[in-house]
Design a protein around this ligand. Structure first.
Ligand code: NAD
Length: 262
Protein backbone atom coordinates (compact mmCIF):
# COMPACT_ATOMS: atom_id res chain seq x y z
CA UNK A 1 0.00 0.00 0.00
CA UNK A 2 1.32 3.41 -0.94
CA UNK A 3 0.93 6.82 0.63
CA UNK A 4 -2.43 7.62 2.14
CA UNK A 5 -3.48 10.46 -0.12
CA UNK A 6 -5.91 13.28 0.05
CA UNK A 7 -8.91 12.66 -2.24
CA UNK A 8 -7.91 12.95 -5.90
CA UNK A 9 -8.49 16.37 -7.36
CA UNK A 10 -8.66 17.14 -11.06
CA UNK A 11 -6.20 19.94 -10.88
CA UNK A 12 -3.47 17.91 -9.12
CA UNK A 13 -1.47 17.47 -12.29
CA UNK A 14 -1.47 21.15 -13.09
CA UNK A 15 0.90 23.62 -11.58
CA UNK A 16 -0.96 24.14 -8.33
CA UNK A 17 -1.52 27.64 -7.10
CA UNK A 18 0.87 28.32 -4.25
CA UNK A 19 3.40 25.70 -5.29
CA UNK A 20 6.50 27.70 -6.14
CA UNK A 21 9.05 24.92 -6.50
CA UNK A 22 8.75 22.66 -9.57
CA UNK A 23 8.19 19.13 -8.24
CA UNK A 24 8.84 16.39 -10.85
CA UNK A 25 5.70 14.33 -11.56
CA UNK A 26 7.80 11.11 -11.60
CA UNK A 27 8.70 11.76 -7.97
CA UNK A 28 5.08 12.44 -6.99
CA UNK A 29 4.04 9.17 -8.63
CA UNK A 30 6.84 7.18 -6.98
CA UNK A 31 5.87 8.57 -3.57
CA UNK A 32 2.24 7.67 -4.10
CA UNK A 33 3.23 4.09 -4.90
CA UNK A 34 5.93 3.75 -2.25
CA UNK A 35 5.54 1.09 0.45
CA UNK A 36 8.43 2.53 2.45
CA UNK A 37 10.01 5.98 2.41
CA UNK A 38 13.36 6.59 4.12
CA UNK A 39 14.70 10.08 4.86
CA UNK A 40 18.24 11.05 5.89
CA UNK A 41 18.70 14.57 7.20
CA UNK A 42 21.79 16.64 7.94
CA UNK A 43 22.46 20.00 9.48
CA UNK A 44 21.11 21.87 6.40
CA UNK A 45 17.53 21.04 7.40
CA UNK A 46 18.01 23.05 10.61
CA UNK A 47 19.70 26.01 8.89
CA UNK A 48 16.32 27.72 8.37
CA UNK A 49 15.74 27.39 12.13
CA UNK A 50 18.88 29.44 12.71
CA UNK A 51 21.13 26.53 13.77
CA UNK A 52 24.43 26.90 11.88
CA UNK A 53 25.65 23.92 9.81
CA UNK A 54 29.09 22.53 10.55
CA UNK A 55 30.56 24.15 7.50
CA UNK A 56 29.07 27.58 8.17
CA UNK A 57 31.60 29.99 9.59
CA UNK A 58 31.41 29.94 13.39
CA UNK A 59 30.50 33.24 14.89
CA UNK A 60 31.53 35.39 17.82
CA UNK A 61 33.76 33.92 20.49
CA UNK A 62 34.01 30.61 18.69
CA UNK A 63 35.09 31.86 15.25
CA UNK A 64 38.74 31.01 15.90
CA UNK A 65 37.99 27.30 16.47
CA UNK A 66 37.20 24.61 13.90
CA UNK A 67 34.42 22.18 14.92
CA UNK A 68 36.68 19.31 13.84
CA UNK A 69 39.17 20.48 16.49
CA UNK A 70 36.59 20.67 19.30
CA UNK A 71 34.45 17.61 18.60
CA UNK A 72 36.99 14.92 19.50
CA UNK A 73 37.93 12.89 22.60
CA UNK A 74 41.45 14.32 22.38
CA UNK A 75 40.13 17.90 22.48
CA UNK A 76 38.05 17.06 25.56
CA UNK A 77 41.01 15.41 27.30
CA UNK A 78 43.23 18.41 26.54
CA UNK A 79 40.71 21.08 27.50
CA UNK A 80 37.41 19.74 28.89
CA UNK A 81 36.15 23.20 29.91
CA UNK A 82 36.61 24.60 26.41
CA UNK A 83 34.70 21.71 24.80
CA UNK A 84 31.95 21.75 27.46
CA UNK A 85 31.51 25.53 27.03
CA UNK A 86 31.28 25.19 23.22
CA UNK A 87 28.53 22.59 23.56
CA UNK A 88 26.78 24.70 26.22
CA UNK A 89 26.73 27.57 23.71
CA UNK A 90 25.37 25.28 20.96
CA UNK A 91 22.79 23.79 23.37
CA UNK A 92 21.57 27.31 24.08
CA UNK A 93 21.30 28.07 20.32
CA UNK A 94 19.27 24.90 19.81
CA UNK A 95 17.01 25.64 22.80
CA UNK A 96 16.13 29.01 21.27
CA UNK A 97 15.51 27.56 17.78
CA UNK A 98 12.11 26.37 16.59
CA UNK A 99 11.39 23.54 14.12
CA UNK A 100 10.88 24.97 10.61
CA UNK A 101 8.56 24.14 7.69
CA UNK A 102 10.84 21.28 6.57
CA UNK A 103 10.76 19.54 9.98
CA UNK A 104 6.96 19.90 10.01
CA UNK A 105 6.60 18.58 6.45
CA UNK A 106 8.46 15.40 7.48
CA UNK A 107 5.99 14.91 10.36
CA UNK A 108 3.18 15.05 7.81
CA UNK A 109 5.02 12.69 5.41
CA UNK A 110 5.42 10.19 8.28
CA UNK A 111 1.69 10.46 9.02
CA UNK A 112 0.73 9.82 5.39
CA UNK A 113 3.26 7.12 4.47
CA UNK A 114 2.50 3.47 5.03
CA UNK A 115 6.15 2.81 5.95
CA UNK A 116 8.54 5.56 7.00
CA UNK A 117 11.98 5.86 8.61
CA UNK A 118 13.59 9.15 9.56
CA UNK A 119 17.36 9.00 10.06
CA UNK A 120 19.17 12.12 11.21
CA UNK A 121 22.78 13.14 11.64
CA UNK A 122 21.57 16.13 13.62
CA UNK A 123 22.02 16.38 17.34
CA UNK A 124 19.55 19.24 17.84
CA UNK A 125 16.36 17.24 18.58
CA UNK A 126 14.31 19.54 16.28
CA UNK A 127 12.66 16.59 14.48
CA UNK A 128 11.32 15.29 17.80
CA UNK A 129 10.21 18.78 18.84
CA UNK A 130 8.36 19.11 15.51
CA UNK A 131 6.48 15.88 16.29
CA UNK A 132 8.38 13.13 14.45
CA UNK A 133 7.77 10.02 16.51
CA UNK A 134 10.52 7.58 15.65
CA UNK A 135 13.84 9.25 14.84
CA UNK A 136 17.01 7.24 14.28
CA UNK A 137 19.72 9.45 15.80
CA UNK A 138 23.05 8.53 14.24
CA UNK A 139 25.14 11.11 16.09
CA UNK A 140 23.39 11.38 19.46
CA UNK A 141 21.63 14.38 20.93
CA UNK A 142 23.15 17.55 22.32
CA UNK A 143 20.45 17.88 24.97
CA UNK A 144 21.68 14.72 26.74
CA UNK A 145 24.93 14.30 28.67
CA UNK A 146 26.88 11.18 29.56
CA UNK A 147 29.89 10.21 31.63
CA UNK A 148 33.19 10.53 29.76
CA UNK A 149 34.60 7.54 31.70
CA UNK A 150 31.68 5.08 31.72
CA UNK A 151 29.68 6.26 28.70
CA UNK A 152 26.36 6.05 30.60
CA UNK A 153 23.71 8.73 30.05
CA UNK A 154 23.31 10.87 33.18
CA UNK A 155 19.85 12.42 33.60
CA UNK A 156 20.68 14.65 36.60
CA UNK A 157 23.81 15.88 38.31
CA UNK A 158 24.84 18.32 41.02
CA UNK A 159 25.85 21.80 39.87
CA UNK A 160 29.15 22.87 41.42
CA UNK A 161 31.72 25.50 40.44
CA UNK A 162 33.53 22.88 38.38
CA UNK A 163 33.17 22.83 34.57
CA UNK A 164 32.42 20.27 33.23
CA UNK A 165 30.35 18.88 36.09
CA UNK A 166 31.08 15.43 37.52
CA UNK A 167 29.21 12.14 37.07
CA UNK A 168 27.18 11.41 40.25
CA UNK A 169 28.05 7.67 39.98
CA UNK A 170 31.79 7.58 39.39
CA UNK A 171 33.04 11.17 39.59
CA UNK A 172 34.18 11.17 35.95
CA UNK A 173 33.69 14.30 33.86
CA UNK A 174 30.39 14.75 32.03
CA UNK A 175 30.33 15.30 28.26
CA UNK A 176 27.59 15.74 25.66
CA UNK A 177 25.93 12.53 24.41
CA UNK A 178 27.02 13.12 20.81
CA UNK A 179 29.29 11.12 18.53
CA UNK A 180 32.63 12.85 18.13
CA UNK A 181 34.97 12.52 15.17
CA UNK A 182 36.79 9.19 15.43
CA UNK A 183 34.10 7.58 17.63
CA UNK A 184 31.82 4.66 16.77
CA UNK A 185 28.17 5.33 15.97
CA UNK A 186 25.52 3.61 18.15
CA UNK A 187 25.28 0.10 16.66
CA UNK A 188 21.48 -0.17 16.82
CA UNK A 189 21.05 3.20 15.07
CA UNK A 190 23.44 2.36 12.23
CA UNK A 191 21.88 -1.10 11.80
CA UNK A 192 18.39 0.40 11.56
CA UNK A 193 19.64 3.08 9.15
CA UNK A 194 21.20 0.57 6.75
CA UNK A 195 18.18 -1.74 6.93
CA UNK A 196 15.79 1.14 6.15
CA UNK A 197 18.00 2.34 3.28
CA UNK A 198 18.00 -1.14 1.76
CA UNK A 199 14.26 -1.69 2.18
CA UNK A 200 12.83 1.61 0.93
CA UNK A 201 11.31 2.50 -2.45
CA UNK A 202 12.11 6.21 -2.16
CA UNK A 203 15.11 7.63 -0.28
CA UNK A 204 15.51 11.35 0.49
CA UNK A 205 18.87 12.92 1.35
CA UNK A 206 18.09 16.35 2.77
CA UNK A 207 20.51 19.08 3.87
CA UNK A 208 23.58 16.92 4.12
CA UNK A 209 26.93 17.37 2.39
CA UNK A 210 27.25 13.56 1.92
CA UNK A 211 30.79 13.81 3.26
CA UNK A 212 30.56 12.43 6.80
CA UNK A 213 30.71 8.61 6.88
CA UNK A 214 29.08 6.19 7.50
CA UNK A 215 25.91 8.30 7.01
CA UNK A 216 27.18 9.36 3.57
CA UNK A 217 27.02 5.73 2.41
CA UNK A 218 23.26 5.40 3.06
CA UNK A 219 21.93 6.98 -0.18
CA UNK A 220 24.33 4.82 -2.21
CA UNK A 221 23.09 1.77 -0.31
CA UNK A 222 19.53 2.75 -1.29
CA UNK A 223 20.61 3.18 -4.95
CA UNK A 224 22.16 -0.30 -4.94
CA UNK A 225 18.86 -1.68 -3.68
CA UNK A 226 16.98 0.05 -6.55
CA UNK A 227 15.30 2.82 -4.56
CA UNK A 228 14.56 6.15 -6.19
CA UNK A 229 17.03 8.58 -4.57
CA UNK A 230 16.14 12.25 -4.19
CA UNK A 231 18.47 14.97 -2.93
CA UNK A 232 17.20 18.28 -1.53
CA UNK A 233 20.07 20.73 -1.19
CA UNK A 234 20.82 24.17 -2.70
CA UNK A 235 24.42 23.01 -3.40
CA UNK A 236 25.80 19.96 -5.11
CA UNK A 237 27.37 17.07 -3.19
CA UNK A 238 29.05 13.77 -4.10
CA UNK A 239 25.51 12.33 -4.37
CA UNK A 240 24.07 14.89 -6.82
CA UNK A 241 25.22 13.23 -10.06
CA UNK A 242 23.89 9.82 -8.95
CA UNK A 243 20.52 10.95 -7.55
CA UNK A 244 17.39 10.38 -9.66
CA UNK A 245 16.28 13.87 -8.72
CA UNK A 246 18.42 16.66 -7.27
CA UNK A 247 16.06 19.42 -6.14
CA UNK A 248 18.15 22.56 -5.82
CA UNK A 249 16.28 24.50 -3.19
CA UNK A 250 16.20 24.80 0.56
CA UNK A 251 14.45 22.09 2.56
CA UNK A 252 11.99 24.68 3.92
CA UNK A 253 10.81 25.65 0.44
CA UNK A 254 10.91 22.26 -1.34
CA UNK A 255 9.36 19.90 1.25
CA UNK A 256 6.11 21.82 1.90
CA UNK A 257 5.58 22.13 -1.89
CA UNK A 258 6.24 18.42 -2.34
CA UNK A 259 3.63 17.64 0.31
CA UNK A 260 1.09 19.89 -1.42
CA UNK A 261 1.54 17.89 -4.63
CA UNK A 262 0.76 14.52 -2.99
P1 NAD B 1 27.31 19.80 6.64
O1 NAD B 1 27.50 21.07 7.39
O2 NAD B 1 28.49 19.03 6.21
O3 NAD B 1 26.44 20.09 5.32
C1 NAD B 1 25.26 20.83 5.35
C2 NAD B 1 24.62 20.71 3.98
O4 NAD B 1 23.36 21.34 4.06
C3 NAD B 1 25.39 21.38 2.85
O5 NAD B 1 25.50 20.49 1.76
C4 NAD B 1 24.54 22.60 2.51
O6 NAD B 1 24.60 22.92 1.13
C5 NAD B 1 23.16 22.11 2.88
N1 NAD B 1 22.21 23.17 3.23
C6 NAD B 1 22.45 24.38 3.81
N2 NAD B 1 21.31 25.04 4.00
C7 NAD B 1 20.31 24.22 3.57
C8 NAD B 1 18.89 24.33 3.52
N3 NAD B 1 18.25 25.41 4.00
N4 NAD B 1 18.18 23.30 3.01
C9 NAD B 1 18.80 22.19 2.52
N5 NAD B 1 20.15 22.04 2.53
C10 NAD B 1 20.89 23.03 3.07
O7 NAD B 1 26.36 18.91 7.56
P2 NAD B 1 26.11 17.35 7.62
O8 NAD B 1 26.15 16.77 6.25
O9 NAD B 1 24.91 17.18 8.47
O10 NAD B 1 27.36 16.71 8.38
C11 NAD B 1 28.16 17.31 9.33
C12 NAD B 1 27.99 16.89 10.79
O11 NAD B 1 27.55 18.04 11.47
C13 NAD B 1 27.00 15.85 11.18
O12 NAD B 1 27.73 14.86 11.81
C14 NAD B 1 26.08 16.51 12.22
O13 NAD B 1 25.97 15.67 13.37
C15 NAD B 1 26.80 17.73 12.63
N6 NAD B 1 26.02 18.96 12.93
C16 NAD B 1 24.73 18.93 13.36
C17 NAD B 1 24.03 20.12 13.57
C18 NAD B 1 22.60 20.05 14.07
O14 NAD B 1 22.26 19.15 14.81
N7 NAD B 1 21.75 21.00 13.66
C19 NAD B 1 24.63 21.33 13.32
C20 NAD B 1 25.96 21.34 12.88
C21 NAD B 1 26.63 20.14 12.69
Amino acid sequence: MGLKMNPPEEHLNRQMAGVAFPIPSGLVQALRNARHVTVLTGSGISAESGVPTFRDAQTGLWSKFKPEELATRGAFQRNPKLVWDWYAWRRELVAQAQPNAAHLALVELERRASGFTLITQNVDGLHQRAGSRDVVELHGNITRVKCFEEGLVVPTWKETDETPPRCPRCGGRLRPDVVWFGEMLPADAIDRAFAASQACNVFFSIGTSTLVHPAAALPFEALQHTAMVVEINPCSTPLTARAHYALRGTAGEVLPDLLRML
